[in-house]
Design a protein around this ligand. Sequence first.
Ligand SMILES: NC(=O)c1ccc[n+]([C@@H]2O[C@H](COP(=O)([O-])OP(=O)(O)OC[C@H]3O[C@@H](n4cnc5c(N)ncnc54)[C@H](O)[C@@H]3O)[C@@H](O)[C@H]2O)c1
Ligand SMILES: [Zn+2]
Ligand SMILES: [Zn+2]
Length: 341
Amino acid sequence: MAQTQRLRHALICGTDLHILKGHVTTCQAGRILGHEGVGVVDQVGDDVTAFKAGDRVLISCISSCCGKCDFCRRGIYSHCRTGGWILGNKIDGTQAEYARTPHADTSLHHLPDGVDEEALVMLSDILPTGFECGVLNGKISPGSTVAIVGAGPVGLATLLTAQFYSPAEIILIDLDDRRLAIARQFGATQTVNSADGRAVEKVRALTGGEGVDAAVEAVGLPATFKLCTDIVSPGGGVANAGVHGVKVDLHLERLWSQNISITTRLVDTVSTPMLLRTVVSHRIEPKLSDYTPLQARRDHKRLRHVLARGGDRGLEGDHRDITQGGGQWCRRAEDFSRKST
Ligand SMILES: NC(=O)c1ccc[n+]([C@@H]2O[C@H](COP(=O)([O-])OP(=O)(O)OC[C@H]3O[C@@H](n4cnc5c(N)ncnc54)[C@H](O)[C@@H]3O)[C@@H](O)[C@H]2O)c1
Ligand SMILES: [Zn+2]
Ligand SMILES: [Zn+2]
């Protein structure tokens, strides 16, 4: 039950950068990256009934869930026995002209008319990740205090969707003042630049010495996870969204008595249909207004540089070709799609 889509929009996730650093061991050298995208159905497999050629679709990062196995029946699509997060990880992904989605009927979403496709592509990954890993796992509730460490796309998506629940304070923490300024536009009540190493002190000062009810980790570094455990108040929760590639210390000698919960999650995308409705109704507006094609071109050049330089281990040789032969990637994907429905 597979189908192929011709890509119209694709994004680069923070997780792709973890892959390049060798942090995601399931992803082998040579893999076409990308697990986010909006496209038009090109071909459908024999068993596909919900989509036909020409349909505009949202490609979810958990782009292959059977809907039948024990994990899928519990809503844990990310651990589907025959799918899960495989796109741009265990099978070739969306940084290509065409991509293929196994289990298409249960994994893709029809795009509604009249909505900006660039906004909808945020639903492939970052919005469900921010909502499920950050907001739901962090049990963000009315009147609560929240800190989000990392004002990248995932941190900002957490910020947007946290506001469904009317928390009293949402503090964004990052090293980058430009991203913190965007966070203010998106509804952060306070921002903290943590470059001076005084984030714990500053968050405590902003919360009357208490710390926060929910601390969301949206970076994926040992230091930012520790920061979350240092600013969570007794009875609160640390909701980890970041992908971690190295071991992280957990200070149970201090935390054991604090009645906190710590959660981890690979996004399941169970919330995507609901989030799609909030975007259609303009309840949330996920598009970054100051991101111009010029900036996109500049960032793409930077990514090409990262690809050329290779990761910390494993990927250097294979990925160097990309800078010289982007077309080769597209051709490969197209050939693959023609034989794989
Ligand atoms: N759990 C999941 O299913 C899931 C899904 C998608 C992404 N992720 C992960 O979420 C994390 C965030 O993704 P993203 O796309 O927003 O990444 P990103 O790299 O675009 O953003 C990370 C942000 O963290 C900030 N930062 C870096 N070091 C910091 C530090 N020491 N202190 C404070 N801020 C710091 C950066 O300035 C940046 O704004 C990544 O680890 C990514 O792999 C997880
Ligand atoms: Zn991702
Ligand atoms: Zn399944």
